[in-house]
Design a protein around this ligand. Sequence first.
Ligand SMILES: Cc1cc2nc3c(=O)[nH]c(=O)nc-3n(C[C@H](O)[C@H](O)[C@H](O)COP(=O)(O)OP(=O)(O)OC[C@H]3O[C@@H](n4cnc5c(N)ncnc54)[C@H](O)[C@@H]3O)c2cc1C
Ligand SMILES: *[C@@H]1O[C@H](CO)[C@@H](O)[C@H](O)[C@H]1NC(C)=O
Ligand SMILES: *[C@@H]1O[C@H](CO)[C@@H](O)[C@H](O)[C@H]1NC(C)=O
Ligand SMILES: *[C@@H]1O[C@H](CO)[C@@H](O)[C@H](O)[C@H]1NC(C)=O
Ligand SMILES: *[C@@H]1O[C@H](CO)[C@@H](O)[C@H](O)[C@H]1NC(C)=O
Ligand SMILES: *[C@@H]1O[C@H](CO)[C@@H](O)[C@H](O)[C@H]1NC(C)=O
Ligand SMILES: CC(=O)N[C@H]1CO[C@H](CO)[C@@H](O)[C@@H]1O
Length: 449
Amino acid sequence: MTNDKNQRIVIVGAGIFGLGTALTLKQQGYQNVTVLDRALPPVPDGSSNDISRVIRFDYGDEVYARMAKEAYDLWLTPTFKEAFHQTPCLWVTQKESPGQPVQEMAEEYSRKTRDVLTKMGEPWHSVPSAEQAKREFPGFTGNLGSPGFDAFCNTSAGWADAGLATQRLAARCVNAGVSFITGPNGNVTDFEKRPDGSIKAVRTSGGNSLAGDMFIVATGAWSASLIPSWNTMIAAAQIVGYMRLTPEEMVKLKELPIYFNLSTGFFCFPPHDGTGFLKVACHGYGYTQSGENNISAPPNAPPSARANFIPEDGIKRLHAGMRDIFPDLEPRGFEKVGLCWYNDTPSGDFIMDYHPDHKNLFIATGGSGHAFKFLPNIGKYIVGCFDKSLPQDLLEKWKFPTEFKNRSQDDIFRGDGSRGGPERRELSPQERDTFNTALKATSSRQSKI
Ligand SMILES: Cc1cc2nc3c(=O)[nH]c(=O)nc-3n(C[C@H](O)[C@H](O)[C@H](O)COP(=O)(O)OP(=O)(O)OC[C@H]3O[C@@H](n4cnc5c(N)ncnc54)[C@H](O)[C@@H]3O)c2cc1C
Ligand SMILES: *[C@@H]1O[C@H](CO)[C@@H](O)[C@H](O)[C@H]1NC(C)=O
Ligand SMILES: *[C@@H]1O[C@H](CO)[C@@H](O)[C@H](O)[C@H]1NC(C)=O
Ligand SMILES: *[C@@H]1O[C@H](CO)[C@@H](O)[C@H](O)[C@H]1NC(C)=O
Ligand SMILES: *[C@@H]1O[C@H](CO)[C@@H](O)[C@H](O)[C@H]1NC(C)=O
Ligand SMILES: *[C@@H]1O[C@H](CO)[C@@H](O)[C@H](O)[C@H]1NC(C)=O
Ligand SMILES: CC(=O)N[C@H]1CO[C@H](CO)[C@@H](O)[C@@H]1O
């Protein structure tokens, strides 16, 4: 059944998981592939859309390290390089700091990453002091958290203009013959099921219903609110800030590396030419917004942009990060901020497997804040799980975890050790009010981010 090239395949979600799957299926000769989304890709509030995403192959996990190297080599080819900017990535930690658990995890992650790079034969170099970092990258004006600064650097990294890359990927899908339904008729509300639990069709908020033979749910952070997720995923909002630079500052900071503070999760991109923004963010445990059945989910309303809102403590974290690297720019503040949603899994591994309750429902999600870099090759791995052609160890790695079904999410989600900063927490009622007001304001405004 899974190899029948004439079966009707319905994919829900047009982020990199859904689009990557659709394109690979088409390339493998599947005839009838339809992608549904709430909005036209690049979806304004989708996780696969922003001005930048880090592309790196510095991973503590060997499978992702190799996959990321394969993706990195593809980002350099003509198909992908329009949206790719090669830039070194500087991973920093603090040598002497209080033995907080988060700090120990950051050091452990950093050590494991160095080990894997060495094993892969990928050279990296150590940047043992803030002075050396500033010699290599004169753009920094701050003291870089010295004393106690420690870092390693690999020049084989960079960032992608995520919105542009996703837009191009969607265009390649259209050219390959993938059908799209977006807007209310692509906004899936539930599934029409047969008595044996298999899916017959999806229903949408537009009143439309679409029948299919196979259904692939690739709805990112919205997934747990659409399908029974057995506590295997949690939607967690991460903070992003955009600071306006002058044209002179754009030139001065052009050669900046990506700066990633492993102790706090704070990171900073080089300036973005198209918008004139310096973007900073935190790779942390994030915020939840619990809805029905206490399941966290991003807002669902028709998106025209991300809302200009993050909690106060998030603003403070972004400012603290800025002070370490650019104390001169920090007081200017952010022209715009936003929440971007991770779909976290207990181990940080993706989930690419059939749903245990529904035999023709395949799940492709669980990006856990690190999937964007795989835009060029994720489809190959998803389809390899879909038709079960991948080696058994990979099928195992990405299987739908069933062991958390009866557990509380609070003790499941600790991440892969790469996160920094405070514990995950629920947005307060006041914060949700402010968030909703900011969301309403976006519908009267169009914006790239
Ligand atoms: C702030 C932030 C920073 C990140 N940084 C990096 C990075 O530096 N490097 C990296 O590699 N990765 C990074 N990531 C992770 C990466 O962006 C994500 O893992 C990846 O984009 C997830 O893709 P997706 O297709 O699962 O989700 P999405 O792109 O969110 O796609 C899901 C789609 O499903 C649609 N949808 C949802 N519900 C429905 C429904 N009911 N009906 C129809 N459609 C629906 C949504 O509209 C959306 O378009 C970052 C993520 C965030 C949020
Ligand atoms: C896919 O299948 C549906 C239902 O059978 C049909 O209406 C549609 O024309 C098919 N699309 C393609 C591209 O073959
Ligand atoms: C990492 O961030 C924390 C909090 O802002 C700061 O105290 C520390 O000095 C930073 N480290 C580096 C190397 O920038
Ligand atoms: C609801 O979810 C929040 C956030 O994950 C959690 O802290 C809380 O314990 C949950 N409440 C219940 C009743 O499960
Ligand atoms: C999708 O449907 C839900 C449920 O009807 C609705 O609340 C939401 O606003 C819809 N979103 C879009 C983008 O149409
Ligand atoms: C979860 O609990 C139910 C009811 O107590 C039980 O039947 C089921 O086996 C449990 N499932 C798992 C995966 O532990
Ligand atoms: C600075 C540094 O160590 N760069 C290395 C990062 O990895 C690439 C890929 O193997 C090497 O070519 C670089 O020399």
